[in-house]
Write a protein that binds this ligand. Structure first.
Ligand code: ADP
Length: 396
């Protein structure tokens, strides 16, 4: 039986999904995490779920453990059964406008782009290298988070810094979560039965970004050179005054890299609330009346509203739908309600009864029927997009 693998490697983790090629059914999925620290491997298959705690010193270790587990559980007899692997790669720079079959040249470029995405690309590079070594015959395809945003105009992607920074160092907005935003386009096309759609797409997960989509194409997005920019996130600050970095360096004696690390890993709702990066914890605390939690949620929602209103203008107020997706967007009725009730420029209302329900469906309309613009919750499915591109690009 032919199988396809989708890998999403982070700096210290590796998510995987193994599919049966036929009907693209998931056979096994899981996560290797805490790489370089101690190592934890979780796999779900056949309605069973188990965890192994084992030292994982590299992405290579994680892959070896994955293959061993797949074989021991008779999910895979040999690696030859895997026809292709789709890799999520965060940064494709200006090189990759679409998903690409990986060869040594492509790999070199992804590696070179690590300088623009030091927290993200190196993980993907390690995984790709390991697989190329282990099974040189399997086709590997890279699916870039940035590709979908390559339609953004220079006006919107350029920063007002010395021109040389763009020309020599490639400093510009690249965006991220492109695969998810693109999936939103396909879903809205299907829901509204319309070929060309204008959307404000809110991907609110641990990382979060909003994209303005005009005639199916990304015209602006909240993330920047890296996924640190834009909205407030679980642990990332989002947009701040850049001079804060120099000021804090001077006040604390920390260097630029240490401060950037704090902006990536200890800021966002975690930093502001001092409670948690997870919205479930924040919401629980808010329900108990914790003022820090309530305040943090309000500030978070306000930034989302700011981007929605800005993008409403960029779309010349011609919007077919506003969509919410990813962990928070799909699951938090409170956050959605808080955001929508604070948009005063669009005549749209939330249907609270529907909004408050648990949503298992592919999509749900949560706005009232008399709303000017419909609002949907759409379950994102980045793996499916990666899988489709893998099949198309590798000709499988
Ligand atoms: P990522 O893929 O970026 O790691 P996800 O899209 O899976 O993130 O989103 C994870 C986040 O979603 C969690 O950190 C949590 O804050 C939020 N989340 C998940 N379920 C809920 C829920 N029921 N209510 C509120 N927030 C939730």
């Amino acid at each position: 039986m032919k199988k396809l693998l989708v890998i999403n490697a982070g700096s210290s983790s590796m998510k995987f999904k193994l599919f049966k090629k036929e009907k693209l059914k998931i056979i096994a999925e899981g996560l290797a995490e805490r790489l370089f620290i101690d190592g934890k491997f979780t796999m779900k298959y056949n309605k069973k779920k188990y965890t192994i705690e084992e030292k994982l010193n590299s992405h290579d270790d994680a892959i070896k453990l994955l293959i061993k587990q797949l074989k021991e559980n008779n999910i895979l007899n040999s690696l030859e059964e895997i026809e292709g692997i789709g890799h999520r790669v965060v940064q494709g720079g200006e090189y990759f406008k679409k998903s690409t079959l990986i060869n040594q040249n492509v790999l070199k470029k992804i590696e070179e782009l690590s300088k623009l995405a030091p927290l993200h690309n190196p993980g993907a590079v390690s995984v790709i290298k390991s697989f190329l070594k282990l099974t040189p015959n399997i086709k590997n395809v890279a699916v870039f988070d940035t590709s979908y945003h390559t339609t953004i105009s220079k006006e919107n992607y350029i920063y007002a810094v010395p021109k040389k920074w763009y020309e020599k160092y490639s400093v510009r907005k690249y965006g991220a979560h492109g695969t998810s935003h693109k999936y939103m386009v396909e879903m809205v096309q299907k829901i509204l039965n319309k070929n060309s759609v204008n959307i404000i797409s809110c991907h609110l997960g641990n990382g979060a970004s909003i994209t303005a989509i005009k005639n199916n194409k990304s015209i602006n997005t909240s993330m920047g050179l890296t996924p640190l920019a834009g909205l407030i996130m679980g642990t990332r600050s989002g947009n701040i005054d850049p001079s804060i970095i120099g000021y804090i360096a001077k006040e604390t004696g920390k260097n630029v890299y240490e401060i950037t690390n704090i902006l990536n890993k200890k800021s966002g709702v975690l930093g502001l609330s001092k409670i948690s990066s997870d919205f479930r914890d924040l919401e629980n605390e808010a329900l108990k009346g914790n003022k820090d939690a309530i305040f943090t949620i309000d500030v978070y929602c306000k930034k989302v509203v700011d981007f929605i209103v800005k993008y409403q203008n960029e779309l010349e107020n011609k919007i077919d739908a506003i969509v919410f997706t990813a962990g928070i967007g799909e699951n938090s009725s409170t956050i959605r309600k808080n955001i929508i009730k604070n948009i005063h420029t669009i005549k749209t209302k939330i249907n609270e009864k529907i909004n408050d329900k648990k949503h298992k469906e592919e999509y749900t309309k949560i706005s009232t029927n008399d709303s000017k613009i419909p609002i949907y919750i759409i379950k994102t499915n980045e793996e499916l997009m990666i899988l489709r591109d893998l099949i198309k690009v590798a000709n499988l």
